[in-house]
Ligand binder design. Structure first.
Ligand code: CP
Length: 318
């Protein structure tokens, strides 16, 4: 693997999950692999889990780590070519990328959808500029359309907790006051399509995800029907994808909040969310605090997913 921008680049999922299990059980076994290698983590957006778990993963592999918060202390970056730079942006990404690349061996990039242009977001213009101009392996720490390190951690967590070989997994939209990207649900759907699980996506009308991510999932606009018999409930908000509504919040329908009444419809399902989560908008206090809530082990598995991916990149780019 040269770059990691989609869960599909892991190849055979069973092998990847076995590799992750090995990493989890032997976190320091590959300490020599990253010796004298430097990971640069570039954040265009805020982060708690990705920032810490990816640093921890790199350190477990013996790497050095540099973190850059682009919006805190760096020069303000222009990302469009052809712009006359007479405004507040002092440096162009086209110089910044090769300069950053000269200080490291692997680059992680977090660059969310900006909702200025659906085409730019879905073409991953920032992430792809890093791939094109850095000359180094690049991995996504959540880009405009996908969050593959999160999805890999989600799949690892489901693998650990599933009680049947083919669990029913429900990805459900839940309300939120702000416009959030589709990256997490897109990526989760992409990952679930690689499993043989019974996979259902529930969202209100107007919130259907892009068909290329929905894949073979059953889509319903009836959350209660979707939750019936579910083994895992993965809640997440996302803004509208379709047409002129791209990036818009169409409603904040609180009847879609995951509550104990909603969970009672399931097969004593585990609750999952990538975090951060807004309590009593997405999920009620009692559901997220219940023994069936997996949000903490799911977040802990972010180290495992990042370490497994970094290990693959280091092994394949010696
Ligand atoms: N789930 C996740 O990516 O968390 P952060 O945004 O805090 O990194």
């Amino acid at each position: 693997m040269r770059h990691f921008t989609s869960i599909t680049q892991l190849g055979d999922l069973k092998n990847a999950l076995m590799a992750a299990k090995y990493v989890k059980e032997n976190p320091y076994a590959d300490k020599a692999l990253g010796e004298n290698k430097t990971a640069l983590l570039v954040f265009f957006n805020n982060s708690l889990r990705t920032r810490l778990s990816t640093q921890k993963a790199a350190l477990n592999l013996g790497m050095n780590v540099i973190v850059l918060d682009v919006n805190q202390g760096a020069w303000k970056l222009e990302t469009e070519r052809g712009v006359i730079m007479d405004g507040d942006k002092s440096e162009h990404l086209l110089e910044a990328i090769p300069v950053m690349a000269s200080y490291c061996d692997v680059i992680g990039v977090r660059s969310f959808a900006r909702f200025e242009s659906k085409e730019d977001d879905y073409n991953e213009v920032i992430l792809n500029q890093f791939i094109q101009h850095s000359g180094k392996p690049v991995f996504s720490m959540e880009a405009a359309t996908r969050h593959p390190l999160q999805t890999f951690a989600d799949l690892i967590t489901i693998e650990e907790y599933k009680k049947t070989t083919r669990p029913k997994v429900v990805l459900t939209w839940a309300p939120h006051p702000k416009a959030l990207p589709q990256a997490v649900p897109n990526s989760f759907a992409e990952g679930l399509n690689m499993t043989g699980y019974d996979f259902v996506i529930a969202n209100p009308e107007g919130y259907d995800l892009a068909p290329e991510f929905v894949g073979n999932a059953r889509v319903t606009h009836n959350q209660d029907e979707a939750l019936e018999g579910a083994d895992f409930v993965y809640a997440k908000n996302w803004s509208a994808y379709e047409g002129d509504n791209y990036g818009k919040v169409l409603n904040q329908d609180r009847s879609w909040t995951i509550s104990s009444e909603k969970m009672a419809l399931t097969n004593n399902a585990f609750f999952m969310h990538c975090l951060p989560v807004r309590r009593n908008m997405i999920v009620t206090d009692d559901v997220i605090e219940a023994p069936t809530s997996l949000v903490i082990p799911e977040a802990a598995n972010r180290v495992v997913s990042a370490q497994t991916v970094l290990k693959m990149i280091l092994e394949d780019n010696k």
